[in-house]
Each structure stands twice: as structure tokens, then as C-alpha cells.
Write a protein that binds this ligand. Structure first.
Ligand code: SF4
Length: 384
């Protein structure tokens, strides 16, 4: 089934490390953007009708919507409801579709969360990043640790039973024990899902200058590895399953939407900078919010960089993303679908990783060990 990604490029303030496609919130711009989004989804309707007229058959089925950003919780609940309803009017949206809203803790109240729930949202992903005040201030985040805790309590009170928290490790001046304090604080809130990311300080990020001025540094690489491994062990002990390099979940609570990205799935992205993959083609929308709105108003295409993928590119992508999963990839399935024996084709490059304990190969399965996940990019470079 298809998934939909809806990009919301607005934030109340711009975090000093952020490298996402976003800008400052402006109510008038937001209103025009929502019109453009609805227009883009309706435009997909025309394409769908044309496909059906040519014999594709039923309406395309979808079972996930993911509002990502930016800060999608800055949209009003009725705007979220309108976008979901537009998706439902165009596609056959499953009755039990997973509909996720990324939310920043400072943007919500219990009443607002209840309204998002009535609008159709059934999964929340809170951008918490840390439960230590000094770290949140260093990242220029607007919320406090207490606000994050309150947001989780408000979400539970509003009836949400599927919550995810994002945490970031390897922050400036952060030690392993301090990182684990945040992991423990997250576990204490019992979310169904957690995503753990390593902070990447981009060359042009304001944080890079702030770190230089304040003489802050990131711990050595060995400590970053220790943070990752210790967190995964602690989360496993608390009943979470690691199912992807950066993601853990309670049984049955994996992100159905994100799994589409890692399992050769298909999805349509709406909004500025959103990517889509369908029927062997891939495209992305124009990145600028203004340009996106303007093109929609003029009735022009918002897609740029449309490419049909060759079988080799699809296979490379499947291996690149599939190896992110704890289950890895099934080489028999790949051989049946792509006619390629991956093990035979890449044996000389793969064997040294198996001998080093980075990869495991057992029967048809090929997967990264947890230690190996720290070296994932070196292994994936073989395939792309
Ligand atoms: S809230 Fe998220 S998207 Fe917005 S500026 Fe901060 S890191 Fe970037």
C-alpha cells in the first residue's frame, strides 16, 4: 500500500543545528501553503483518474500518512483534518491507517492534542532531543524537559496510545552518563517508540560557530559508539526491540510509514522538498516554500528531478535501505525479484566484513550486527 508524506516547513524558531527544509512560521504564508498542499493532493486525484481510465483498476490504497517538518504541530487541527480528508477523497485510505504528526512539546496543550486526535491523527512523534536543560539550551530548543514530560502526559490524557520520542546523542559537551540520563528519562515515560540520532554538526550550522566560541566539543568517536551501544542495551532491557539502526519500538509499534522507506515501498510526498517513489520512478518537489506555492497557483508542476530508476539503482537502494533494518535483507527474495545473487556478486567485498563481525550471513539473510551498525555506511558503500 502507498504511504503519504506531508511536509510542513514552518518552525517557531530555527534551531542552531538544523539542516532540514524549514523557515520561520508566518500565519499568512502558512494559510497559502495549506491551500497549495490541498491543491497538490487534488492534482494527484486527476492523475489517479487518468490511470484508472487507462485500466489501472481500483483507487490506489494507502495505509499511512506522516506529517513531517519543520514543525507540523504548528498547523491548526482543522487544517490537518482538511489535508487528511483530501487524501481520503482521492485514495482508498485504510480504516486503520497510521497517521503520524511530528510535534514539538512547546506547541501543544491537552486541548490542542485532543483536537488533533479528532482530526484523525493517531500517532504522535515528539521532538524531545534531551531531558537535560543545559543540553536543550545548547541546541537552542524552545522547550524544557518538564514541558516535554507534560506534553507526553497531555497526549496520554487526549487518548493517544502510540507515541514516539526523538532523542539526540553526541551533543556538545555531553558525556556517556549524561546521555543515558536522557534515555532513562524517556523510558520512564513509556513511549511506544523511540528514535535515537547522532548529532551531526554541519559546516554552515550556527552551532558550529557557537561551539568554537564557547569551546564546546563533542566527545571522542569511541564515546559516541559507547553512547549508541549502551542506549540500545538499556532500551532492550526495558522491553524495546531495535528494528532499525536508529529506531526501537515496543512489539507491534514499529513505524509503518518509515518501514516503507526501508522495505522497497512506495510513497507520495506532498509539499515543498517532499520526495516520492512510485512505479519505479522517483521525484522530488521544488524545495522553496514560495516557489512551491507560486507554481501551484500558476497550475505548474512542482516536481523537479523526475527519474526512472534502472533495475540496478532500485537494487542498490533496496540494499542500502534494507541493511538499516535489524532483520537485514533476504537474499533469496532479492534473487527472485531482481535475478541477482548478491552474495556471489559481492562476496570478495562482503566476506571481510563478515569475518570482522560487522555483517552476518546465515541462510538467505544478510544483516548488520549492532556493532556493525556503527559502520553501516562503509558496508552500504559496496552497493551504491
Ligand atoms: S524544530 Fe526541527 S525542523 Fe524546526 S528548526 Fe528545530 S530542528 Fe529544524
Amino acid at each position: 500500500m502507498l504511504g503519504f508524506y506531508v511536509h510542513v516547513p514552518f518552525c517557531s524558531a530555527i534551531c542552531n543545528y538544523c539542516n532540514f527544509n524549514r523557515g520561520l512560521f508566518d500565519p499568512a504564508l502558512k494559510a497559502r501553503y495549506v491551500e497549495a498542499l490541498v491543491g497538490e493532493i487534488q492534482r494527484a486525484d486527476r492523475a489517479e483518474r487518468a490511470e484508472r481510465a487507462e485500466g489501472r483498476g481500483q483507487r490506489a490504497e494507502a495505509d499511512t500518512i506522516f506529517f513531517g517538518g519543520g514543525t507540523p504541530s504548528l498547523l491548526e487541527p482543522d487544517e490537518i483534518a482538511r489535508i487528511i480528508e483530501t487524501c481520503r477523497s482521492v485514495f482508498a485510505l485504510a480504516a486503520d491507517a497510521e497517521i503520524t504528526l511530528e510535534a514539538n512539546p512547546e506547541t501543544v496543550t491537552e486541548a490542542r492534542l485532543a483536537a488533533f486526535r479528532s482530526a484523525g491523527i493517531n500517532r504522535l512523534s515528539f521532538g524531545v532531543q534531551s531531558f537535560r536543560e543545559s543540553e536543550l539550551r545548547r541546541l537552542s530548543r524552545l522547550h524544557t524537559a518538564d514541558r516535554a514530560r507534560a506534553a507526553v502526559a497531555e497526549a496520554r490524557a487526549a487518548g493517544f496510545d502510540n507515541l514516539s520520542l526523538d532523542l539526540m546523542m553526541w551533543l556538545p559537551e555531553q558525556q556517556v552518563a549524561e546521555w543515558l540520563e536522557s534515555v532513562d528519562a524517556a523510558v520512564a515515560l513509556a513511549p511506544e517508540h523511540l528514535s535515537l540520532y547522532l548529532l551531526e554538526v554541519y559546516p554552515n550550522a550556527p552551532l558550529k560557530d557557537e561551539m568554537a566560541r564557547a569551546n564546546w566539543s563533542q566527545a571522542p568517536d569511541e564515546d559516541a559508539a559507547a553512547m549508541y551501544l549502551a542506549a540500545m542495551e538499556r532500551l532492550e532491557a526495558a522491553g524495546y526491540e531495535q528494528y532499525e539502526i536508529s529506531n526501537v519500538a515496543r512489539p507491534g509499534c514499529r513505524s509503518r510509514h518509515n518501514l516503507k522507506y526501508w522495505t522497497d515501498g512506495e510513497w507520495l510526498g506532498f509539499g515543498c522538498g517532499a520526495h516520492s517513489t512510485r512505479d519505479g520512478a522517483r521525484w522530488k518537489n521544488v524545495a522553496s516554500t514560495d516557489d512551491y506555492i507560486l507554481r501551484m497557483m500558476r497550475g505548474e508542476s512542482v516536481a523537479v528531478d523526475v527519474r526512472r530508476l534502472s533495475p540496478d539503482e532500485r537494487l542498490g537502494d533496496l540494499l542500502f535501505t534494507g541493511l538499516r533494518l535489524a532483520d537485514g535483507v533476504n537474499l533469496d527474495t532479492i534473487r527472485a525479484e531482481y535475478g541477482v545473487d548478491i552474495w556471489e556478486r559481492h562476496r570478495p567485498e562482503l566476506e571481510p566484513f563478515v569475518e570482522a563481525g560487522v555483517l552476518q550471513h546465515d541462510g538467505p539473510r544478510l544483516w548488520l550486527t549492532r556493532q556493525g551498525m556503527l559502520l553501516a555506511h562503509e558496508v552500504m558503500a559496496i552497493f551504491v
